[in-house]
Structures are given as C-alpha cells and as structure tokens.
Design a protein around this ligand. Structure first.
Ligand code: ASC
Length: 130
C-alpha cells in the first residue's frame, strides 16, 4: 500500500483509496448490505464527482512506473488507451454525482453500475491481482 518512496505512486493510491471509500458504501447500500441513507449517498457521490474532476492521469505519467506497484507496465506502454479508460471513469463519476443529486434510486443504481464497470475494465487490463 503506502510503503513507497515513489511520490506519484503514493499520490495515485491516495486518490483511488478516496474513490473506493466513497464508492464502496454506495455499492453496499444499492445491494442492501447497508441501510439506504440519502444524505450519505449524496455526500459520497458528490466527493466522487469532485474526484472525477481531477486529472489523476498525471500520476501515471512518464517515469512514474517505479517501485513495487500493482500498476501493470501496459499503463506506460498504452498511455492513450489507459487515459481513455481513466476518462471513462471520470465521466462515470460525474454522472453518478448528478444522479445522486436527483435522489432517484433507479438512476443512481444505473450510474453506479456504469461507474463500477469503468473501475473493473481498467483493473482487468492494467491492475495486477497481487
Ligand atoms: C469497488 C471497488 C472497486 C470497484 C469494482 C467494481 O467498490 O473497490 O475496485 O468497486 O469492484 O467492479
């Protein structure tokens, strides 16, 4: 995790920890594993929207592929594809924030599903399992 001397690695891990800590409970509430709480959903989704506005791709730029990392080399070999996948995630997080503002649980579920897909498609290709 954070046992790194590579500053951009720590930066991006911090970023994705914030994404996961805000997205995780929304997923649990949608699955009924946590009680539904409108205010929490709005707060977490709003944080996710803010995270989506950040250019996290700069934490994966040239020279940031050092150290012990679960980020696969493909990230630095296919920067265009990787950046496109990050953009998909950032747009999905923005849409989730908009859906949460509406308070419509069905719209929130659809937007969260799309956001989860954007996480997974990048992990499948670019994140090592261990
Ligand atoms: C999460 C989390 C992910 C995504 C992914 C969605 O809550 O930590 O990496 O959702 O599992 O498919």
């Amino acid at each position: 995790h954070m046992d790194t001397d590579e500053p951009m690695q720590a930066y991006r891990q911090s970023y994705f920890n914030l994404v996961a800590m805000n997205f995780g409970p929304i997923g649990k509430m949608l699955k009924g594993e946590m009680p539904w709480d409108d205010a929490k959903v709005k707060t977490f989704a709003s944080e996710l929207g803010a995270l989506g506005s950040m250019d996290v791709g700069r934490a994966f730029g040239p020279g940031t592929d050092k150290g012990t990392t679960r980020a696969k080399p493909g990230i630095w070999e296919n920067q265009e594809d990787f950046t496109a996948k990050l953009t998909d995630m950032r747009e999905a997080l923005a849409s989730l924030a908009v859906a949460a503002e509406s308070g419509d649980k069905k719209a929130i579920g659809a937007a969260a599903g799309a956001a989860g897909k954007s996480c997974k498609s990048c992990h499948d290709e670019y994140k090592s399992k261990e």
